[in-house]
Design a protein around this ligand. Structure first.
Ligand SMILES: Nc1ncnc2c1ncn2[C@@H]1O[C@H](COP(=O)(O)OP(=O)(O)OP(=O)(O)O)[C@@H](O)[C@H]1O
Length: 326
């Protein structure tokens, strides 16, 4: 598959393997590809960070992996099983092993159920008795740093955002998943709480040897949390590689722009470099050639004509750019 951007796939040994994923939405204004040609794979215990501006298709990618959004094209393999066309009954089983944590913890919890029921809901569906479910509540709450005697009977409205996210994590852990998809899990939380929840996620990832997809627009968060990073722009991958390499030596001008836009308190003007200018074009009418060209400081005539394909720029680092950075 030279030139298709899939040279980094390691196939059979991966826990999760996504190849050429395409998701199409149909709206009143027409149809568009929210995700197109996205490929990655993850080995046991690895974490992939997916980054990009709002509307790039990060959440759609995460949801499509769980088949919560319909897939127009592509292959998704989980532990070697092809799941892109698995029937709904099989997907329900698989989703017990592939858990998702969302951005808004409070609205992801049923407001009428106490914490102890919320975190064991999945076990009830799995046939565990009330007594069996009650027995695991203290352990699960302790694991996410909430004392059971204080929180087991609490209702969601009594929880802070950070506590609600801890409950959502406990609920995911109850099913002993192998894969965790975290969709902006700390974006809605106060800055002071974000680090605590991230530390918790890091701890449980290590303890349970979880494979993680971590979606965030905060590059700092992804950097500390991820082994691999996938940068998305307008539904497509523009860069993929080892987190350290991509952050230290980005090959795609969009990645560079994202990194330069991160506020940096120790620098004089507060930023590492010029911020990204311009807005994300409409996915209903994407630019010809390179989708980023209208905002790219390095764009040349070729970029308007030929769409760059993912290619290996340095060992293990792939980018879709005609004029990658050194
Ligand atoms: N259910 C839907 N129907 C139609 N369009 C949708 C739907 N969900 C998302 N979109 C559109 O698809 C594109 C990708 O959205 P997505 O939420 O995946 O991006 P994102 O990178 O996760 O953004 P954010 O960080 O804001 O969540 C956007 O243009 C969005 O408006």
């Amino acid at each position: 598959m030279a030139g298709s951007g899939n040279a980094h796939l390691r196939g059979e040994s991966a826990v999760l393997s996504v190849e050429d994923l395409e998701v199409e939405y149909h709206t009143g204004h027409g149809s568009f590809k929210a995700v197109s040609g996205v490929s990655f794979d993850l080995l046991q215990g690895e974490t992939l960070g997916i980054v990009g501006e709002s509307g790039c298709g990060k959440s759609t990618t995460g949801r499509a992996v769980l088949r919560l959004d319909p897939i127009a094209r592509g292959t998704i393999r989980y532990r070697g099983e092809n799941i892109d066309s698995a029937p709904p009954s099989r997907m329900r089983e698989l989703r017990r092993d592939m858990q998702m944590i969302f951005q808004d913890p409070v609205s992801s919890l049923n407001p009428r159920r106490p914490v102890k029921e919320l975190i064991t809901e999945g076990l009830a569906i799995g046939g565990k008795t009330r007594r069996e479910r009650a027995a695991v509540v203290p352990e699960l709450l302790t694991e996410v740093g909430l004392p059971s005697e204080r929180y087991a009977d609490a209702m969601p409205r009594q929880l802070s955002g950070g506590q609600a996210q801890r409950v959502a994590i406990a609920r995911a852990l109850a099913l002993r998943p192998g894969l965790l998809i975290c969709d902006e899990p700390v974006s809605a939380l106060d800055v002071s709480v974000q680090a605590q929840v991230l530390n918790l996620l890091e701890d449980i990832k290590q303890k349970h040897d979880l494979t993680v997809v971590f979606i965030a627009h905060d590059l700092g968060v992804v950097r500390s949390f991820s082994d691999k990073v996938l940068v998305m722009y307008l539904g497509k991958t523009c860069e993929f590689g080892d987190s350290v390499e991509v952050y230290e030596r980005p090959a795609h001008p969009y990645t560079r722009g994202l990194l330069d836009s991160v506020p940096s308190p120790e620098l004089e003007d507060g930023f590492a470099g010029p911020a990204l200018t311009g807005d994300l074009p409409s996915p209903l009418n994407p630019p010809t050639g390179c989708r980023f060209r209208g905002r790219c400081p390095l764009a040349q005539a070729t970029c308007a004509i030929e769409e760059p394909q993912m290619r290996e720029i340095r060992p293990g680092q792939f980018a879709a750019c005609h004029f990658p950075l050194d």
